[in-house]
Design a protein around this ligand. Sequence first.
Ligand code: NAD
Length: 255
Amino acid sequence: MAEQKLLGKRAIVTGGATGIGYGIALRFIAEGATVIITDIDQPGGIAAAEKLGPNCDFVHHDVSVPADWDAVFSIAKEKFSGLDIMVNVAGVTLMGTIEELDVETWDKTMGINVRSCFLGCQGAIKLMKTDGGGSIINMASVSSFKAQPELVAYNASKAGVDMMTKSVALHCARSGYGINVNSINPGVIQTDMLKKVVSQVDNGEALMDSYKAMHPIGRIGEPEDVAAMAVYLVSAEASFITGSAFTVDGALGLN
Ligand SMILES: NC(=O)c1ccc[n+]([C@@H]2O[C@H](COP(=O)([O-])OP(=O)(O)OC[C@H]3O[C@@H](n4cnc5c(N)ncnc54)[C@H](O)[C@@H]3O)[C@@H](O)[C@H]2O)c1
């Protein structure tokens, strides 16, 4: 049997009920970690934790709400007496151009996609800095550097996540905390989020075909593709890597 890369590691993964978050939790557990998945979707989160087995717990959590984060970190402290890995995955894609999008949708996107990472990093650093360091990953997107007119809020939120990641990484590095902080920029990945995006437009099938065609590698991605990068970034092999954004996109970003 291959060596487990995350044996004994303690992790929190937000948005773990489905999609990329679930895929990351699945790989982390296979690599020997114990994982708390969190999600706003209570039934989905409970079902996911059951599927993931005894090394997984679910905590109900709205990532945009500071008090919810306090509860998540208290549970982690109690259960784990510390934290090695924080992965901020939960996010939403709410569509609209600059002329269409209302301010409530803008604020909601920023709350769930950016404020979440701010709060997640802040709380994780508190636990990790006195406990031998750790690794943080924030989920951004190819949309952080590739503009799409119908994704004005999403584009801005993911660019914010990438730059915030660098700022946090620099702070942690200069403070000597031993905490690595990186982001991942996935291309289009086959998840519920993709289904929701496709359902928001009239010509969903055509949009899906165009997404496939946008990837020079000839396919869209799977959660496993992103999970493989996440395992690497939180493993001992990545100890010199911090403050970077890692694109996992079948060359979509080069198009
Ligand atoms: N799927 C893609 O093509 C793609 C591409 C690039 C980046 N991403 C990013 O990856 C992340 C995960 O995407 P996915 O495709 O797995 O999405 P998904 O919709 O399949 O899953 C997201 C999960 O986040 C949860 N969530 C939503 N709002 C929440 C909140 N306020 N608090 C807590 N949980 C909440 C949902 O309930 C869901 O379980 C997102 O940040 C997304 O922007 C996705």
